[in-house]
Design a protein around this ligand. Structure first.
Ligand code: DI6
Ligand code: FE
Length: 403
């Protein structure tokens, strides 16, 4: 006997093995046992099965729980003041060069206690959860010293333990050069690769590493040193690449079998081809594109042509993407980047999972995966991308339990 059986629903399985748009099953049913999906199909196909509770969803749509595969949601303070400066014409790079930007968040994050960080970040996480997120990746990167980087990762872990959401942590080891290393780049890279990364790995605080490969960030050679260390410590690899210029970071990441390259507004065909060969995911971040008023879009057609899966994420961060709504990002992925609603929903579910290396565990409504689901009171899946300011799902189910 199963634990739960959801009936009288339509299911956007997002499972490529289910034919048709959204892998949709109308008049469907989902069986759940021990936190996992045991069977998905038409109601009639599941008629012979029994469950302790049978719940009618009155025609609602069930989707995979949303996967936000790229956030920086743990940080101290915020940058609403810089938002005002940017509205008056200052650019992100100018603000960064004048000591604001990431450096100002570093200062606030260093000053915060672990508890402060957890409690100021919690409402941001809860907003994403209300929007339908059941798995979130959280990066460090506003510490830039060993204690603060580990504090950020511990805060992310503490949030995951106290909220009904899966949290994946990433050490963003090369995000910005901290002021105290202003003329000692090589020393900072050595600190990141030889001290911070091994400490995070040894303490089991991070599953992956990331870096900001950019003119105002780090060079390919610096990033390569980090990736070598990540490989030695068995950490997965991701990269902020080609956001503001083309340093060929995506191709570098491909050489290390990275899970994803993220942003990619300036990636060229060679980079896309390298990503395809390495089976990487392109993580598209329309919130940062919007907030920075960028005009160059990621090459979506090229990514499609090469068969590079596209994920969509919030990039929730205090500087370039103060975004608290996953469905708003799906909308922007359609309107600003030209994704179809099906691609946008796949981007926040199946491909987001792939960008975290969790494609066998979450991301589609399929037998054998974790029962992480959202129940939406909508008439068709495209509504998830159509409404701006959509309220979240009616129900969020994490590991088979209402959350
Ligand atoms: N790219 C981004 O968009 C964020 N980090 C990065 O490497 C911005 C982070 C910030 O401005 O605080
Ligand atoms: Fe980011």
């Amino acid at each position: 006997m199963w634990d739960r059986l959801l009936v009288d629903c339509n299911i956007a399985t997002m499972d490529p093995a289910v034919p048709g748009a959204f892998g949709a099953i109308e008049n469907g049913a989902v069986g759940i046992q021990d936190g996992r999906i045991v069977r998905v199909g038409r109601r009639t196909e599941l008629a012979g099965f029994q469950a302790r509770t049978v719940e009618a969803l009155h025609g609602a749509w069930v989707t995979p729980g949303l996967v936000d595969c790229h956030t920086h949601l743990v940080f101290g303070g915020n940058r609403a003041g810089e938002f005002e400066q940017r509205l008056e014409g200052a650019t992100y790079e100018e603000i960064a060069k004048a000591g604001g930007g990431i450096a100002s968040t570093v200062k606030a994050t260093r000053a915060a206690t672990l508890d402060d960080l957890v409690e100021t970040s919690r409402p941001r996480l809860q907003a994403l959860m209300r929007g339908g997120v059941t798995t979130v990746e959280i990066k460090s990167g506003y510490g830039l010293d060993i204690d603060t980087e580990l504090k950020m990762l511990r805060a992310a872990r503490a949030l995951g333990e106290s909220e009904a959401v899966r949290v994946e942590t990433t050490l963003l080891a090369l995000h910005a050069l901290p002021p105290e290393f202003a003329d000692r780049r090589a020393e900072f890279v050595a600190l990141a690769t030889e001290s911070i990364l091994p400490a995070a790995a040894d303490q089991g605080l991070a599953g992956a590493v990331d870096a900001f490969c950019e003119g105002i960030g780090f060079t390919r050679d610096e990033v390569r040193a980090l990736f070598e260390a990540a490989r030695d410590h068995g950490l997965k690899i991701k990269l902020h690449a080609e956001q503001l210029s083309n340093l060929h970071g995506a191709a570098l990441a491909a050489g290390y079998e990275a899970l994803s390259a993220d942003h990619l507004e300036h990636v060229d065909e060679e980079g896309v081809a390298a990503m395809a060969r390495a089976h990487m995911v392109a993580v598209l971040l329309p919130g940062a594109y919007y907030a920075l008023k960028e005009t160059r879009r990621p090459p979506v057609d090229l990514l499609r042509r090469y068969g590079v899966p596209m994920a969509v994420a919030t990039d929730c961060n205090p500087g370039t993407s103060p975004v608290l709504s996953p469905t708003l990002m799906m909308s922007m992925a359609c309107t600003l980047f030209g994704l179809t609603p099906e691609e946008a929903l796949a981007g926040m579910t199946r491909e987001g999972a792939r960008a975290l290396g969790l494609q066998d565990e979450i991301g589609t409504v399929s037998a054998g995966k974790a029962a992480d689901l959202c129940v939406w009171r909508i008439g068709r899946p495209a509504e998830l991308c159509y409404w701006l300011g959509l309220q979240g799902p009616e129900r969020r189910i994490v590991a088979g339990e209402d959350a």
